[in-house]
Design a binder for this molecule. Structure first.
Ligand SMILES: [Mg+2]
Length: 154
């Protein structure tokens, strides 16, 4: 799945999902950004209006404080790091739902997806939001190299 904007709410509901756990960095925001990424902001609002939702980000206390200011839904406490089971158990406790009714959405296989699968959640892997930028930077770098070559530099 490319991003949370591709999620079918009807399909998730149809398979019995009632609660959502969101990763933050590269799933809802650019890395360490303090605003939602424009590609997913509307989808995030819609999903939150349809499902009981929580935020789960592996982060330090200062980033956690930022997240508390950004989001009005519950956030898993810092220190409970994915993919350890404790944080997922905390999320399940906050959602107050059986594991099979919970979906974990994130961009990292080793933390979000592995951790969520291991405790019996449905998991949805999205592409990292930031991948657009390095491609552009690579292209710019290549153009710069080409211009240097034309100018007689190696
Ligand atoms: Mg992430």
């Amino acid at each position: 799945m490319t991003s949370i904007a591709d999620i079918s709410i009807l399909a998730l509901k149809g398979q019995g999902i009632r609660g959502i756990i969101f990763d933050v960095d590269n799933t809802l925001t650019s890395h360490h950004a303090t605003v939602l990424h424009p590609r997913v902001a509307e989808a995030f609002a819609v999903i939150c209006s349809q499902f009981n939702s929580v935020i789960y980000s592996n982060c330090e206390p200062d980033r956690h404080e930022q997240l508390r200011r950004m989001f009005s839904i519950p956030i898993i406490e810092p220190g409970l790091k994915k993919p350890k089971a404790e944080g997922f158990a905390r999320a399940q406790q906050l959602l107050n739902l059986p594991a099979h009714q919970i979906a974990m959405i994130g961009d990292r296989v080793m933390t979000d997806i592995f951790g969520g699968n291991r405790v019996g959640f449905y998991t949805i892997l999205v592409d990292p939001l930031d991948t657009q930028e390095p491609k552009v930077l690579t292209w710019i770098r290549n153009v710069e190299k080409w211009r240097l070559k034309l100018a007689g530099f190696r």
